[in-house]
Design a protein around this ligand. Structure first.
Ligand code: PMP
Length: 364
């Protein structure tokens, strides 16, 4: 019988089994072309259909209003950290960054390296070891700012925004790499949303950028062609060869979300999955210690410590022995982290919560 791991990897991470099976079935002869998607010309009608279906599905599932471009880019979310200030920050302007973890820090660092305009912190919870998301009234930014940037879900610290600010005329930009499509988002609050695909959308190698046209129109044009959003927007993300197989897989994952009942149905599942694990933490009397404050807890990345360093090591060893993969915290912070992205089955979360209870019963 097929062995599928309990995959709690932070990314790349679990993909739906049905998507993998479909890709396998279509691998040698995609829709009668006599070749795989990887072997199609990116200028062919067969590939064009794949590409446009993926864009249309993302618009449908996220409820992306008219007036936004959906782009498929490369270079990961990390290249977006550079492209955003290159395109949208001009000399004499300021950009505000909300600091909620390591990825926000990396985004700010790139804006500062560029040395065009000025990037500053709109708020930070670093002093509190990024245990929480700042409240909306803690955000300090100016109406004249080029944009305000936030990280919707902090993959390493396990915190997630529950409500987004209305930033009026200041364009709001969100890095949603680790929670896109996990919960409904009012896209109209954002001028730009971006995400590396390798958590909730598909394999690594594709980066999605959703950009409002009025922001695109304000972009700088004195930058290299490939780094201009305008280049990709004008060419429907076919200016050069896109990561065709990754985009095909992304489309398959989006179809799976739709078949599963859409984002709202997925959210319901995500809440149940995360609660299986958070409940064990909360009812452990301090044996397990959650990192995030309860109001800022992520549905995607559940971060916690085990009481006592030796016991924590043992927990991680036993978790691995029992077949739970990827439960180590990020190398920069340690501890434990279970990433329960959209495609991680309920059964895996249930099995892991049972394991946590059993481990506590043996060692508590
Ligand atoms: N932002 C967030 C929130 C992330 O979780 C990650 C990757 N884990 C990144 C950015 C960087 O993404 P990439 O590796 O695609 O550059």
């Amino acid at each position: 019988t097929l062995h599928r791991a309990h995959n709690f990897n932070a990314g790349p991470s679990a993909l739906p089994l049905s998507v993998l099976e479909k890709a396998q079935a279509e691998l040698l002869d995609f829709r009668g072309t006599g070749m795989s998607v990887m072997e199609l010309s990116h200028r062919s009608a067969a590939y064009d259909a794949v590409h446009n279906e993926a864009i249309a599905l993302l618009k449908e599932l996220m409820g992306i209003p008219d007036g936004y471009e959906v782009l498929f880019l490369q270079g990961g979310a990390s290249l977006q950290f550079s492209m955003i200030p290159m395109n949208f920050l001009q000399q004499g302007q300021k950009a505000a960054y909300v600091m909620t973890g390591s990825w926000s820090e990396k985004a700010l660092k790139e804006a500062k390296i560029l040395g065009v305009g000025e990037a500053y912190e709109a708020a930070s919870t670093k002093e509190e070891n990024y245990r929480r998301i700042p409240s909306i009234d803690e955000l300090k930014y100016q109406p004249s700012d080029a944009y305000i940037h936030l990280t919707s879900n902090n993959t390493i610290f396990g915190t997630e925004w529950k409500e987004y600010p209305n930033t009026g005329d200041v364009p709001l930009i969100g890095d949603m790499s680790s929670d896109i499509l996990s919960t409904p988002v009012d896209v109209s609050k954002f001028s730009m949303i971006y995400a590396g695909a390798q958590k909730n959308l598909g394999p690594s190698g594709v980066t999605v950028a959703i950009i409002r046209k009025d922001l695109l129109e304000k972009a700088n044009n004195n930058i290299p062609t490939m780094l201009r959003y305008e280049t990709h927007a004008k060419n429907n993300s076919l200016y050069n060869t896109p990561p065709t197989f990754g985009i095909y897989m992304l489309g398959q994952v989006l179809s799976w979300v739709k078949e599963s009942g859409g984002v709202e149905a997925i959210t319901k599942q995500n809440v149940e999955k995360a609660n299986l694990i958070y409940d064990v933490i909360d009812q452990s009397g301090g044996f397990y210690i959650g990192h995030a404050e309860s109001g800022s807890r992520s549905l995607m990345n559940i971060t916690f410590r085990v009481k006592g360093e030796e016991l924590e090591k043992q927990f991680l060893v036993e978790a691995k022995q029992e077949g739970f993969i990827g439960v180590n915290g990020h190398r920069s912070v340690g501890g434990c982290r279970a990433s329960a992205y959209n495609a991680v089955p309920y059964e895996s979360c249930l099995a892991f919560s049972d394991f946590m209870k059993k481990f506590m019963a043996q060692h508590g």
